[in-house]
Design a protein around this ligand. Structure first.
Ligand SMILES: [Ca+2]
Ligand SMILES: [Ca+2]
Ligand SMILES: [Ca+2]
Length: 525
């Protein structure tokens, strides 16, 4: 994306989760999702471009469907960045909402991917980019052809330029001239906004959603949802009541087609704005952008307390039962490996925080290897091919050149190398995901912060399914201790603890000792 913001259910084989969710528990509540950029994941036919068959051939890496093996990552949901036809490498400007991007494969390839993912206990959601199309979409070409076009009102036109700037960059206009009139495009002129005040556009969006559900996808990641309907300059371009009304209409249509389809929203804003999209009948899951910033900043600076403040704000603000989507970074952001300067201890901490929080955590492909950004400032450098091994083609492609160069570090931060090293970040992610799946409290429990801990410490209780888990992270560079009085239990069972991290009952209080930049996860009983 540009600047910042930028059928009946298929039966799945039992996944690695130890207990199946009951009817009151939606399936997405206890998932660990993995964001995939198909173009950069695995190339099956040697044209240098990742594709659906390549992804299907690598599913066992993500989850082999066998809960007794731990050589797979163990994720239980996949989010595919846009796979519809598009002239761009990233796909966020669609030219045909119905067609699978021919670079990626066919309808049949998608069907097979979904079937194979389901077999392994993974759900599959796809990006749905409704706010705007490509300026090369036939709808826009038709709309722009004449003020009397039958699709004129599918986009937002006016005779003059009212001079609105982008909400995040006020000197960049959101109105663009074409044929003597002006059309609205919040991100850039090549992505004209659809007009969701037009009933035919709303119906088309619902029809397209039903079509993909019919192909077997389990839901959607909805791009840029806060910008769907715009009413004026500045704040009038985000989070309008009309936008919420349309999302509820859209959600109702999706749930009518597939009651268990999930809607995950991208609302790149503060906790209060995000919270509005959890309104009844609206979206199911929302990415927690402020929490991502808090985690990364806190890990960087050794400040656990600031992450606690962000978590408390979420708890205070979100409606009860809302499923949060914590993450560290996504395809629009500098990779976490680069944000944390490749500091192994900080990367391990960030992973431990992410994977012990409530909700449905999202990983971004390559994060589990500590993958870095490329050297350039272009977005492509955030989205480089996945390094399966250290060879020239990285195990990604047999072509002489992949569609884009690899980020630096492939020689050591690649899957083959990390699979052979029990101390690697990859093993860390596997162990954390495994611990999460093995604990009802971690998977679906609530969170309460432990008060009175040192500022370098972030510590919380996760409680659920009759289980209590104490999680403590020391983000600082010096050893830290904490005391937690008034908690039940006398036995601490280690689910995962860094060397030297210890928890023991000392009189009436639990006491933890945490070496610098370490985490511990204990079931207390
Ligand atoms: Ca290919
Ligand atoms: Ca397994
Ligand atoms: Ca819009």
């Amino acid at each position: 994306m540009p600047p910042a913001p930028a059928c009946p259910p298929a039966a799945s084989a039992p996944g690695p989760a130890p207990s199946a969710p009951g009817p009151a528990t939606p399936w997405w509540r206890d998932r660990v999702f993995y964001e995939i950029f198909v173009r950069s994941f695995a190339d099956s036919d040697g044209d240098g471009i990742g594709d659906l068959r390549g992804l299907t051939s690598r599913l066992d890496y993500l989850n082999d469907g066998d809960p007794t093996t731990t050589t797979d990552l163990g994720v239980t949901g996949l989010w595919l960045m846009p796979i519809a036809e598009s002239p761009s490498y990233h796909g966020y400007d669609v030219t045909d909402y119905e067609r699978v991007n021919p670079d990626y494969g066919s309808d049949a390839d998608l069907e097979r991917l979904i079937a194979e993912a389901h077999k392994r206990g993974m759900k599959v959601i796809v990006d749905l980019v409704l706010n705007h199309t490509s300026s090369q979409h036939p709808w826009f070409l038709e709309s722009a052809s004449s003020p009397s076009s039958s699709k004129r009102d599918w986009y937002v036109w006016r005779p003059d330029d009212p001079g609105w700037g982008q909400p995040w960059s006020s000197d960049q206009s959101t109105w663009h001239e074409r044929g003597g009139a002006y059309y609205y495009a919040i991100f850039w002129s090549g992505m004209p906004d659809l007009n969701f005040r037009t009933a035919a556009v709303r119906e088309e969006a619902k029809r397209i959603a039903r079509l993909w559900l019919g192909r077997g996808v389990d839901g959607f990641r909805l791009d840029a949802v806060r910008h769907l309907i715009e009413t004026g300059a500045g704040p009038g371009q985000s989070g309008n009541p009309e936008t919420h009304a349309f999302l509820q209409e859209f959600a109702a249509a999706v749930k009518a087609a597939r009651p268990d389809a999930v809607l995950v929203g991208e609302v790149w804003s503060n906790t209060f704005d995000i919270s509005d999209y959890y309104a009844p009948g609206e979206l199911d899951v929302l990415f927690d952008f402020p929490l991502a910033t808090a985690i990364v900043d806190g890990v960087k600076s050794g400040d656990g307390a600031s992450i606690g403040i962000a978590l408390e704000e979420v708890i205070r603000t979100y409606p009860k039962g809302a499923v949060d989507a914590p993450f560290l970074a996504n395809h629009d952001q500098i990779r976490i490996g680069t944000q944390l300067d490749g500091d192994e201890a900080k990367l391990r901490l960030a992973a431990a925080i992410l994977l012990t929080l409530p909700g449905a955590p999202f990983l971004w492909q390559g994060e589990e290897l500590g993958m870095r950004n490329g050297p350039g400032t272009e977005d492509e450098w955030k989205r480089t091919p996945f390094p399966w091994d250290a060879t020239a083609g990285g195990g990604f492609t047999s072509a002489a050149r992949p569609w884009h160069g690899f980020a630096p570090g492939k020689e050591t931060a690649n899957l083959a190398a990390e699979s052979a090293d029990p101390n690697s970040l990859l093993f860390r992610y596997r162990a954390l995901i495994g611990a999460r799946h093995g604990s009802d409290a971690l998977r679906t429990g609530d969170l309460s912060l432990l008060p009175g801990v040192p500022p370098s410490v972030l510590a919380y209780l996760r409680r659920g399914g009759g289980e209590t888990v104490l999680v403590a992270h020391n983000l600082g560079a010096a050893e830290a201790t904490l005391a937690a009085p008034g908690l039940p239990g006398s036995v601490a069972e280690t689910l995962l603890a860094d060397p030297g991290a210890m928890l023991a009952k000392d009189g009436a209080a639990w006491r933890a000792v945490l070496p610098p930049r370490s985490s511990g996860i204990w079931r207390i009983r």
